[in-house]
Ligand binder design. Structure first.
Ligand code: ZN
Length: 72
């Protein structure tokens, strides 16, 4: 096995499901994600999605009236 072959087996080129760019990701990570049926994203879209999730979570908790909390 050549060094090039080893590199090719550890890194996989994938299409980001969000922005469509081609990114090199760890092959194990890609196979795990596809086994779980999850979309494979580039790091930029992944980070953007995570910060969006945190924002919507914050909005959710800020939306709860204070009176509802004091009842407990
Ligand atoms: Zn992307």
């Amino acid at each position: 096995m050549t060094i090039d072959g080893m590199n090719a087996s550890s890194m996989k080129k994938i299409f980001c499901s969000s922005c469509g760019c081609i990114v090199g990701l760890d092959g194990n990570l890609v196979s795990v994600k596809s086994k779980l049926g999850k979309d494979v994203e580039c790091m930029r879209c992944r980070n953007a999605r995570i910060s969006r999730d945190i924002d919507s979570m914050n909005e959710h908790f800020e939306g709860i009236p204070e009176e509802a909390c004091s009842e407990f």
